[in-house]
Ligand binder design. Structure first.
Ligand code: TYM
Length: 330
């Protein structure tokens, strides 16, 4: 079975973009892949943060992943910082084949550092740690949203360069970005992606939003001044709603356009609302069950850590050897 690796930052809550762009594919990939899913807390110290909040969010994120359908019997679910430093050590080794210019060109780095007086080295080096995450496990397929495309291209370049310089060490991974849902938009600003940190309050749908909250957000979604229900480049708001409806009901956009022709935006919004409530209800119910059993979530994570460590060790040892470090037992 091909190896899948992906990660999510425990920064704040999970939103609909995370779910539709990435997590729902993490769930289906479990059927026919060997999957590793990681709560990447090492990444979450790259921007100013509150330590107590990070600790709480890390367990909370693991609970949400289980509620979404990550099955610890079939996938390895773990927290990045729980290993013994393997991710950070490989990132350091990979740093030796990465150039400042490459990292300076990363659009996420540019966006996240814009307007800040002091920018941490962690933020700059973030894509190298991300490469280490995947290469450490010989990951072949990386299910992510469209915003990770550039990081994945760099990851491939790093693997190819290291292999070229030191001999075959790493699998060269491939991004798996969904054609539909790879970039879920903010409902209030349909030209911007939904985001954990810089989205609008009403435009961001959280996984745990109750039906009343969902109603407020969906019914106030920005559309346009015409009224035809049609996906088009000059109708970003309507296109985004149709995409949400299509993903959550499984109906193709063209069919929805036919069904909703001439009915106006409020009918479209009501349909989206109904579909979302139904789509999120089972996840929310499972979350409520699991969040009462913190000990069980911790137990499952410990099991995941053991398996992850087992898989990471041989690759890290090979990379250490290739760059010329003495064996550990020396
Ligand atoms: P993160 O935590 O920002 O997001 C988790 C996943 O959600 C996707 N995503 C979206 N998809 C569609 N529409 C959106 N509006 C949207 N917003 C976010 C992201 O693309 C991602 O797949 N750097 C990564 C975490 C990471 C990682 C890794 C991923 C660290 N190491 C190794 C893969 C492999 C991040 O910050 O994702």
């Amino acid at each position: 079975m091909a190896r899948v690796f992906s990660g999510i930052q425990p920064t704040g809550q999970v939103h609909l973009g995370n779910l539709l762009g990435a997590l729902r594919h993490w769930v289906t990939d479990q059927d026919d892949h060997d999957c590793l899913y990681c709560v990447v807390d090492l990444h979450s110290i790259s921007l100013p943060h509150d330590p107590a909040e990070l600790r709480a969010n890390t367990l909370e994120m693991a609970t949400v992943l289980l509620a979404v359908g990550i099955d610890p019997e079939r996938a390895t679910l773990f927290v990045q910082s729980q290993l013994g430093g393997e991710h950070a050590e490989l990132a350091w080794i990979l740093n030796s084949v990465v150039f400042m210019g490459e990292l300076s060109r990363m659009t996420q780095f540019k966006a996240k550092s814009e307007g800040r007086d002091s920018i941490s080295i962690c933020l700059f080096d973030y894509p190298v740690l991300q490469a280490a995450d995947v290469l450490l496990y010989q990951g072949e397929r990386v299910p992510v949203g469209d915003d990770q495309r550039q990081h994945l291209e760099l990851m491939r370049d790093i693997a190819i360069r290291f292999n070229g310089r030191y001999g075959d060490t790493f699998q060269v991974p491939e991004a798996s970005i969904p054609r539909q849902g790879g970039r879920i938009m903010d409902l209030q600003q349909p030209d911007r992606k939904m985001s954990k940190t810089d989205g609008s309050e009403l435009g961001t749908i959280w996984l745990l939003d109750e039906p009343a909250r969902l109603k407020k957000k969906v019914m106030s979604a920005v559309t346009d001044s015409a009224s035809d229900v049609r996906a088009a480049a000059d109708k970003p708001g309507v296109s985004a709603l149709l995409e949400l409806l299509s993903i959550t009901t499984g109906a193709p956009v063209a069919r929805l356009e036919d069904e909703l022709a001439g009915q106006g935006y409020s009918v479209l919004k009501k349909a989206v609302l109904e579909a979302l409530v139904e789509y999120l209800a089972p996840i929310q119910a499972r979350y409520r069950e699991l969040s009462g059993d913190r000990a069980e979530v911790e137990r499952l994570l410990r099991r995941g850590t053991d398996r992850a460590r087992e898989l990471a060790t041989p690759t890290l040892e090979a990379a250490r050897d290739r760059v010329g470090f003495l064996p550990r037992a020396f």
